[in-house]
Design a protein around this ligand. Structure first.
Ligand SMILES: Nc1ncnc2c1ncn2[C@@H]1O[C@H](COP(=O)(O)OP(=O)(O)OP(=O)(O)O)[C@@H](O)[C@H]1O
Ligand SMILES: [Mg+2]
Length: 351
């Protein structure tokens, strides 16, 4: 049984008119299905169209072609009153936090509901609850200037949650933060997804953010989605060069040419430098001892980078195989039949 997606893009195009009369196409035939309660990442370089894409979800931008639907309703044709109620379902946070500097934390969080007919006491309780949820129970009367970047983003998250939205759009929400604070905010976002079932859409130019946080990823390049899928499958088998480059930023499996050229490894012509990477969750280290025992080869691990993603191992090993040429060949034949990716690296020494 496949569920209807919460958010669906069908053939979405966006062309901005330009002052000099040259139209600028920013989104091209974008097709996406985002399931409720999932964490969906969108990665691309600066200018790829990421912000424009997510702004089509809450109707800040209108596609010039195709359709965007939210809970089965078309977003791009909604009139302003309907659009307002749609936006109550969609919170948003930004790289620069966008807090009001002259208002306290409490007032900032109340801002989206300030002019509504609501029960004030209940609203106050809710702000207190949200502050606890984002880990700032004692900051209600602080001003934004008194907070660190991570604390400001926590306030922005609390403000975005005031209407109990179904979705939180995160536009480069950690790009202005240091690595540890980034990690803390991503942990908070994952926790909110887990506890509240809120759907997260995470826009970033950092593959590490996708790796740490998302269930699904779409890679946007010049307004086109060039690859998308479950994060584990995209990481183990990226098809597009841009995706491969993004993934390479998260892996330490490459052996630098300086090391290959140096005497450190002491490679000789008959040895083979072999890279094996996971294609699924099958254990890898036993493979190494298996080939050593059964084919009489020495298998030395020179680089290893194995981590767990979605409860499955990801990454691999670079090993040097040494022994009789015929034994090395048998070992490689055996490895080639396993469910791993096998690359025999060229290590011609550059003199
Ligand atoms: N209102 C607009 N009018 C004209 N061009 C625009 C408008 N908004 C965005 N663009 C252009 O659309 C392209 C995509 O912009 P967008 O902000 O969506 O990219 P992005 O992937 O979010 O980039 P960044 O990582 O820098 O935030 C850019 O070239 C930008 O200049
Ligand atoms: Mg942007």
């Amino acid at each position: 049984m496949s569920l209807d997606p919460l958010i669906k893009f069908s053939h979405v195009e966006k062309v901005f008119p330009n002052k000099d009369g040259q139209p600028r196409q920013v989104l091209r035939d974008v097709n996406l299905s985002i399931q409720e309660k999932s964490i969906f990442g969108i990665i691309g370089h600066s200018g790829a169209g990421k912000s424009t894409l997510i702004r089509c979800i809450n109707g800040i931008e209108k596609p010039t072609g195709g359709t965007v639907s939210f809970s089965g309703k078309l977003v791009n044709t909604l009139k302003s009153s309907k659009l307002r109620s749609l936006r109550q379902n969609i919170g948003m946070i930004f790289q620069q936090f966008n807090l009001m500097p002259s208002r306290t934390v409490f007032e900032n969080i109340m801002l989206p509901i300030k002019y509504r007919h609501i029960n004030r006491a209940e609203a106050r309780q809710k702000v207190t609850r949200l502050l606890e949820m984002v880990g700032l129970p004692d900051k209600a009367s602080a001003f934004p200037s008194e907070l660190s970047g991570g604390q400001k983003q926590r306030v922005a998250i609390a403000r975005a949650l005031i209407d109990d939205p179904k979705v939180l759009l995160c536009d480069e929400a950690t790009s202005a933060l240091d690595p540890q604070t980034t990690q803390d905010i991503l942990t908070l976002l994952k926790d909110l997804n887990h506890r509240l079932g809120i759907t997260l859409i995470i826009v970033t130019h950092e593959m590490e953010v996708i790796e740490n946080t998302c269930d699904f990823v779409a890679v946007l390049d010049h307004g086109k989605i060039i690859e998308q899928g479950n994060v584990y499958s995209v990481f183990v088998n990226p098809k597009e060069i841009l995706t491969q480059r993004f993934i390479a930023t998260t892996s330490r499996l490459e052996l630098p040419q300086e090391i290959i050229d140096s005497d450190l490894l002491n490679l000789t012509g008959k040895q083979k430098l072999v890279k094996i990477t996971y294609l699924n969750g099958k254990a890898m280290v036993p493979l190494i001892s298996f080939i050593s025992r059964n084919f009489n080869v020495d298998a030395n691990i020179v680089v290893g980078d194995i981590k767990i993603l979605q409860q499955k191992p990801l990454g691999g090993l670079v090993i040097v195989l040494d022994g009789l040429e015929s034994d090395i060949k048998k070992a490689l034949d055996y490895l080639g039949k396993q469910e791993i990716r096998l690359e025999v690296q060229n290590y011609d020494k550059r003199n």
